[in-house]
Design a protein around this ligand. Structure first.
Ligand SMILES: NC(=O)C1=CN([C@@H]2O[C@H](COP(=O)(O)OP(=O)(O)OC[C@H]3O[C@@H](n4cnc5c(N)ncnc54)[C@H](OP(=O)(O)O)[C@@H]3O)[C@@H](O)[C@H]2O)C=CC1
Ligand SMILES: O=C(O)C1=N[C@H](C(=O)O)C[C@H](O)C1
Length: 250
C-alpha cells in the first residue's frame, strides 16, 4: 500500500487527486497539507511543519511560494515528492535540484499522457520545419482562476523546442511594446484566461503559405490527477534523484 500525502489538498487539483485515490486499491491518502482547509476524509495540517504523519510519497499541487517549505519537509522526512506546481522561481528550481540529491523528486508541469507526447512531437516538428523557415508561436488557454502566466506547460513546450534546436530561440511574451518585425530566433508565447477552460496548448508552426498546429486540449482535471498518482506509485521507494514523467510513461 502506497501512503500518499497531498500538499495543497484543499485546491482544485488536490480535491481531484483525493477523489481518484479513493478508487485505487494499492494506495491511500494518509494526510493533507493546506493552510485553510478543514479535515477531509484524512487529517489536514495547516503547514508542512505541523504535519507529523509519515507517508511514502507527497503529491504537490499548491502554489510556488509554498514549495521551499515543502522541499525542506521532504528532505527532513525523506519522503519523495511529485512536484506539479508551476511557476517556480529560479531560486526554488535550484533548491529543488539541490534537494533531489537527498530525496527522490519528480517534477512535471503537465502530468497528462498527451502533453508528454506533445513534448516529443514539437521537437521533431521544429527540427524539420525551422530549417524551412517556419516561425513558432505557442498559445495557451486556461480558466480564470489561474494565477500564473504563461502556463508551466507552455514554458516546457518552448524549452523542449529550444533544447532540440541548440538553444537558438529567445521567448517573447508581449509584443505591445515591440515596434519591429518578428525575429526568426523568437518563440512567441501567449496566455488566454477565461471561464473554466481546463487547459489548452497550441503550438503553431507558421510557414510561407502553410501552417501546422499541434494542439493538446484537457477537458477534465482527471488527466493530470491520473498522471500524478501514476508518478507517485513510481516514485515511492526510489533513491534520491530528479525524475521525469517520461520515465513513468515509458
Ligand atoms: N503539473 C500538472 O499537471 C498541473 C499543475 N497544476 C499546477 O498546480 C498548482 C495548483 O493548481 P490548482 O489546484 O488549480 O490551484 P488551487 O489554487 O485551486 O489550489 C492550490 C491549493 O494550495 C493551497 N496552498 C497555498 N499555500 C499553501 C501552503 N503553504 N501549503 C500547502 N498548500 C498551500 C491553496 O490554499 P489557499 O486557497 O488557502 O491559498 C489551495 O488550496 C498550480 O501551480 C497549477 O499551475 C495544475 C494542474 C495540472
Ligand atoms: O493551473 C492549471 O490549471 C494548469 N496548470 C498547468 C500549467 O501551468 O501548465 C498544467 C495544466 O495546463 C493546468
Amino acid at each position: 500500500m502506497v501512503n500518499v500525502i497531498i500538499h495543497g489538498c484543499g485546491g482544485k487539483m488536490g480535491h481531484v487527486v483525493a477523489e481518484l485515490v479513493k478508487n485505487e486499491p494499492d494506495c491511500q491518502v494518509v494526510a493533507g497539507i493546506d493552510p485553510t482547509t478543514p479535515a477531509l476524509d484524512f487529517p489536514v495540517f495547516p503547514s508542512c511543519e505541523a504535519c507529523d504523519v509519515a507517508g511514502d510519497v507527497i503529491i504537490d499541487f499548491s502554489t510556488a511560494k509554498a514549495v521551499p517549505a515543502l522541499l525542506a519537509f521532504s528532505k527532513a522526512k525523506k519522503i519523495p515528492v511529485v512536484l506539479c506546481t508551476t511557476a517556480l522561481s529560479e531560486e526554488t528550481t535550484a533548491l529543488m535540484q539541490e534537494t533531489s540529491k537527498e530525496v527522490a523528486i519528480l517534477k512535471s508541469a503537465n502530468m497528462s499522457v498527451g502533453v508528454n507526447l506533445l513534448l516529443d512531437l514539437v521537437q521533431r516538428a521544429a527540427v524539420i520545419l525551422a530549417e524551412s523557415g517556419f516561425d513558432i508561436e505557442i498559445v495557451e488557454k486556461h480558466h480564470n482562476q489561474k494565477i500564473d502566466a504563461p502556463s508551466g506547460t507552455a514554458m516546457a513546450l518552448a524549452d523542449a523546442i529550444n533544447q532540440a534546436m541548440e538553444e537558438r530561440y529567445h521567448y517573447v511574451y508581449d509584443r505591445s511594446q515591440v515596434h519591429e518585425k518578428r525575429e526568426k530566433t523568437e518563440i512567441g508565447i501567449h496566455a488566454v484566461r477565461g471561464g473554466n477552460i481546463v487547459g489548452e496548448h497550441d503550438v503553431i508552426f507558421a510557414g510561407r503559405d502553410e501552417v501546422i498546429e499541434l494542439t493538446h486540449r484537457a477537458t477534465s482535471r482527471e488527466v493530470f490527477a491520473v498522471g500524478a498518482v501514476k508518478a507517485a506509485k513510481f516514485l515511492a521507494g526510489k533513491p534520491a534523484g530528479l525524475y521525469t514523467m517520461k520515465e513513468v510513461l515509458q
